[in-house]
Every structure is written in structure tokens, then in C-alpha cells.
Design a protein around this ligand. Structure first.
Ligand code: CAO
Length: 440
């Protein structure tokens, strides 16, 4: 019996995904729950598992295709017999197949043809019917999706050449993008009407000065560019810098490390800062809030979820540690180790990255003396951490060798005043230097 495999409801508010990898081929035997494809959403890569055991008889998508919820991606032939067929053996496909099955197969071969002959026809033949057909496919978030007017064969060519269709203005009727447009975009030669823009600025033709190539942005890059661009444009940022003496905290970290490692975690600077941040957010509620400009209100959150910026080969991801205030340092260390691994293994779900009230971005493992992180709006503040270094510090009337850690706090100046920012960051520094400061 033929079963269609559809894109499931991946996560709330996620309607589209890109097929990052197809893990099986036509003719493969698959088991129930076996991952069939890797689909990349705005922020995570998710395996789409098989709901059935059987043989893959049709693969209806290609890598790089944009797909929508409920879109059929594969057809699997299962061993089950159809309803009403009792225990009778199913007729062989080549033999006396029934009408429904015949239609099914016809439909399938049409689909398989779609990217080939039909696509060519689409491109060359601009009759009304073809355009209507394509329109329907677009609405259903078809392979290659979006509302960019281009035939499937053109989309495939663009994928192969690494050309982004959105950056091309089509020269065909009604602005349709043709194969020539894609070829010219790839070569960077004249003749095409490029509309590549960055933040509303027309890009020059870089190929005038040397060889260039183009690459489509991954969904993660698109989401990062969109979110950070929006935050930069809407949040009036101020960054406050300070420095804390980490010497005692490092002694504590080294002393506690074996115990935490035994429990399966790694006690890092980030894990300790996570805990300190939760105390700071409790003490300074504005930093745990969001602004509702539409209703002219401030939303105070009475839970303490903190996001951690994680550098992964796919780009920046920000998983959220929930209820940081209720967890011990050992629990936080284990969770952070797991979340960072999950992020790097592309296993984070959208849920893992939602609900944060504040973010920590630690670039100290890589280096740097200071940086200005961008507020992860609608949050209102983010803590940047740079590399701790030994320095000569004037302590108790003498210069001493101390391990100093530079911190930067970017905040939304619509809600947080400069003095608030300075107080908040100084309080964090005080607690790093002397944890008894929490009791003040
Ligand atoms: N100063 C000096 N050394 C530091 C440090 C700091 N601020 N932070 C970390 N280190 C050291 C650690 O001590 C560790 O050293 P050892 O291997 O000798 O123990 C090493 O750097 C690596 O740290 P880590 O990665 O194991 O642990 P972490 O908790 O410090 O960091 C994480 C975890 C997920 C924050 C980090 O791996 C990461 O991805 N950082 C990048 C974040 C990022 O991309 N931010 C930018 C966002 S905005 O574009």
C-alpha cells in the first residue's frame, strides 16, 4: 500500500523549512521512525522520520528545496494490505492493477516528470494554464517555494549554481526568471537586471573589479541577518564596559571542577555567569523585562530563563537555559554542556531556543578585549564576556597579579537608563569578586 510522507508540523509558527539533506533514495527499505530527510528551519535542523516501514518508491523533493507543512516529500510502499482487501495478496503492479492504483502511479510519474520535461515546457511556454498551475504550486509552498516567478528547472539550475533567485530581476514575461538570467547572475556579467540589495542599498557590480561567486544564505544566516538587523534598527543600544577580578572565582572553579565533572558536566566561566546573571535579574527586574511599545507598557517576567550564544559551524545559535534561578551550579554546568553539544550537532529544537529573557555571549575562549553585543530583542539586555587575562592591579596598597575578566553590557536605552546599566554590571562584577555581595 502506498503511503505519502508529509512534512509534519515542525514547531509553532514554523511554516517553511529547507531540505538540507535527503538521507534515503528511491528503492531503499526504511523502518518506522528512521530519519528520511534533514530539514532546516529558521534556527534548527530537524530530522523528518518515516511514519511507515516499507520501501521508498518516490522522492518528491531535492536538497535545497523549500517545503511547507503537509507537503508530500516521499511515497513509501508498505507491506500492509489495503482496507477491505482482507488477507488477500495485493495484485502485482505490473499485472491487473486497479484504477486507483493506476491513477496513483500516473500521478507519480507526472510528478517525476515535473522537474524535467514539464519544467522545460513551463519555461518556454508561457500560456495561461501553465502560469496558473505554477501559481497553485507556489501557494502550497512548492519545491523551490516562495513567490519568485521561476520555473522548476530554473530553480534547480539556480540551486546548482548557488545563485539566489531573490537577488535576480527576471527578464521573462511578467518578470519571470529565465535560465539565462541565472547563468548571467552566476557569471556576474552585464545584461542582467540585478536587484541585489543590502538594507535598501543597491550593490555595485563587484565583478568589475575581480572574480566573484554567490552562495545562497542558509536559513540560520537569513534568520540571524533578519533578527539582528531588526534589533539594530529598532533598539537604541548603549554598551557599558567593566572589568571584574576573577582570581577567587577561578580558584573556586578549579576546586569544584572534579565534583562537577564526576556528575557529567564542565564547570565553566559561562556556567557560573549564568547563575550570577539569574541573581542579577532578580535584583534588577527591568533587565528581565520587555517593552510593549504598542500598548506603552513594560512587561516584567517572573521567571529567569537565560540564553547562551553558541558558536556552531552553521552559525550563531542561542539555546535557552530555563529557570536558572532554581538550578544548582552542577545542574547548570551539565545542561550547558548538553545544550552546546546539541547546538553543534544540529539537534536543537525551536523550543530549545525560545523563551529567553536575557542573553550571555562569551567570546573569551576565542580572545578579544571587548566587544559590543547586540541586544536579542525583545529582550532588553545582553552580557558580553571577553578574555580573562592576568594584569597588575592595585589592591591593598600594592600591585598584585590578578586575573581580570572584561565584561560588556549592551542594553535597550528605551527602558534602561545609563545609571541602571552601570549599576547592574557593577553588581555582577562585585559578585564575581566576592559572592557574599549577593547577600547585600
Ligand atoms: N576568558 C578566558 N578563557 C575563557 C573564557 C574567558 N572569558 N571563556 C572560556 N574560556 C576558556 C575556558 O576556560 C576553556 O579553557 P580550557 O579548555 O582550558 O578549560 C576554553 O576557553 C573553552 O571554553 P568552553 O567553550 O569549554 O566553555 P565556555 O562555557 O566558556 O563556553 C560557549 C561555552 C558555548 C559559550 C562557547 O563554547 C561558545 O560557543 N562561545 C562563543 C559564543 C559566541 O559565538 N558569541 C558571539 C555571539 S554574537 O555574534
Amino acid at each position: 500500500m502506498k503511503k505519502e510522507v508529509k512534512i509534519p508540523d515542525i514547531a509553532e509558527n514554523v511554516e517553511k523549512a529547507t531540505i538540507a539533506r535527503i538521507l534515503v533514495s528511491k528503492g531503499d527499505k526504511v523502518s518506522k521512525d528512521q530519519p528520511l530527510v534533514e530539514a532546516e528551519t529558521d534556527k534548527a535542523t530537524t530530522d523528518i522520520p518515516s511514519e511507515y516501514e516499507g520501501t521508498v518508491v518516490a522522492v518528491k523533493i531535492s536538497e535545497g528545496d523549500e517545503v511547507g507543512v503537509n507537503q508530500v516529500i516521499m511515497v513509501i510502499e508498505t507491506e500492509d494490505v489495503g482496507e477491505g482487501e482482507g488477507g488477500e495478496e495485493k495484485p502485482k503492479k505490473t499485472g491487473g492493477r486497479d484504477k486507483a492504483e493506476a491513477e496513483d502511479t500516473e500521478e507519480e510519474s507526472d510528478d517525476e516528470k515535473e522537474d524535467g520535461e514539464k519544467a522545460e515546457e513551463d519555461e518556454d511556454d508561457d500560456d495561461q494554464e501553465t502560469r496558473e498551475d505554477e501559481g497553485k504550486k507556489e501557494k502550497g509552498i512548492s519545491a523551490g517555494g516562495s513567490d519568485i516567478p521561476a520555473a522548476p528547472s530554473v530553480r534547480r539550475l539556480a540551486r546548482e549554481k548557488g545563485v539566489e533567485l531573490g537577488a535576480i530581476e527576471g527578464s521573462g514575461p511578467g518578470g519571470r526568471i529565465t535560465k539565462e538570467d541565472v547563468e548571467q547572475a552566476k557569471e556576474g556579467t552585464g545584461g542582467r537586471k540585478e536587484k541585489a540589495k543590502t538594507g535598501g542599498t543597491q550593490l555595485p557590480d563587484f565583478s568589475k573589479w575581480g572574480s566573484v561567486s554567490r552562495e545562497s544564505m542558509s536559513n540560520i544566516r537569513k534568520a540571524t541577518a533578519r533578527n539582528l538587523g531588526e534589533a539594530w534598527n529598532t533598539v537604541p543600544h548603549v554598551t557599558q564596559f567593566d572589568e571584574a577580578d576573577l582570581t577567587h572565582m577561578e580558584e573556586f572553579r578549579n576546586r569544584m571542577q572534579p565534583k562537577v565533572e564526576k556528575a557529567g558536566g564542565k564547570l565553566t566561566v559561562t556556567a557560573i555567569l549564568l547563575k550570577i546573571a539569574a541573581f542579577a535579574l532578580q535584583r534588577y527586574p527591568k533587565f528581565n523585562a520587555s517593552i510593549d511599545m504598542e500598548n506603552q507598557e513594560v512587561i516584567y517576567k517572573h521567571f529567569f530563563n537565560v540564553g547562551i550564544a553558541v558558536d556552531t559551524p552553521m552559525g550563531l545559535l542561542v539555546p535557552v537555559v530555563r529557570e536558572v534561578d532554581k538550578k544548582s551550579l552542577t545542574e547548570l554546568s551539565i545542561e550547558l554542556t548538553e545544550l552546546a553539544k546539541k547546538a553543534r550537532d544540529k539537534k536543537l529544537t525551536n523550543e530549545d531556543m525560545q523563551g529567553g529573557n536575557f542573553t550571555i555571549s562569551n567570546l573569551g575562549g576565542l580572545g578579544g578585549t571587548a566587544f559590543t553585543p547586540i541586544v536579542y530583542s525583545p529582550q532588553v539586555a545582553i552580557l558580553g564576556v571577553s578574555r580573562a587575562k592576568y594584569k597588575q592591579e592595585y589592591v591593598d596598597d600594592e600591585f598584585q597579579k590578578r586575573l581580570m575578566i572584561p565584561l560588556s553590557l549592551s542594553y535597550d536605552h528605551r527602558l534602561i537608563d545609563g545609571a541602571d546599566g552601570a549599576r547592574f554590571l557593577r553588581w555582577i562584577c562585585d559578585v564575581i569578586e566576592d559572592p557574599y555581595a549577593i547577600l547585600q
